[in-house]
Design a binder for this molecule. Sequence first.
Ligand code: SF4
Length: 300
Amino acid sequence: MISVSEAGRLGGIITSDAKKISSKANGALGGRPVNAVLNDDGTVKGCNTIYRPKGRAGEYAPLSLNLYRGCGHACAYCYVPLVTEQKRSEFNKGATVRSNILNMIERDAKKYHALGIKEQVMLSFTSDPYSPEHHIETREALKILAKYGMGFCTLTKGGTRALRDLDLFRKDRDAFATTMTSLDESFQKKWEPGAASPDDRIAALKEFHNAGIFTWVSLEPTLNAESSLAIVDATHEFVDLYKVGKVNHVKINHGIDWEDYTHKMIDKLNTLGKAHYIKQDLQMYLPEGYRNEMRPKQHH
Ligand code: SF4
């Protein structure tokens, strides 16, 4: 899901000493007052669990949090183990919950609430929020974010496992997203052996869309250009936004004409009238002056 260049961001550690706004407010919703400080760069002092991803990770969402370590989806292209310094065999065994994570989320959410920050928090970068092994904490985390007035988005390859939490999603605040690499299950299983099938991910997208929730698809990594173009054909009626990227650090990268792919993709998306964002790695192929809004308005 992420670029290895985001390694420094994955732990959620952002440093800035520039204090801009200090807010003492009853961020605990009836609890003790919270002293929260907004830094010049938009980060909140002391918030390392709900953090503001930068660079390529920031293209996904304005805020993020990571509940788990490891992921049983075992995607062959996943470089999170490099970032979290886990053996791939260990990482692929499945998700384990980060120690005390729900309390840390609540501590940070109180500060964001005290500062009136309501942006979407995306789950997640270092694992999948709906991995096969562990995902009950995802539901608890979403409840905490909602309690403190924050929006949220889940980006998952867990397919219909996510439907358990559909009741928590708010039409005017939240979003459901899935990564798709192919419509062909045999191809998908080769690259993402533990993840939900393409059909199951599509079923989840349809359910969220039918419930009025904003949906988007991450076409990153692009493992096969024709496959990603076919995904748009198959899903555009129930997907609101596409985020399009390439693939790095795997050999398949060398077989794709990225310029041709970018042009075909934007032609298709514009013909279908679909909102889209072309990520940094492909922006060099966009026509001059192309409107490429990183965070298009979600229809709520
Ligand atoms: S779903 Fe899991 S294994 Fe696959 S890329 Fe995401 S974190 Fe890595």
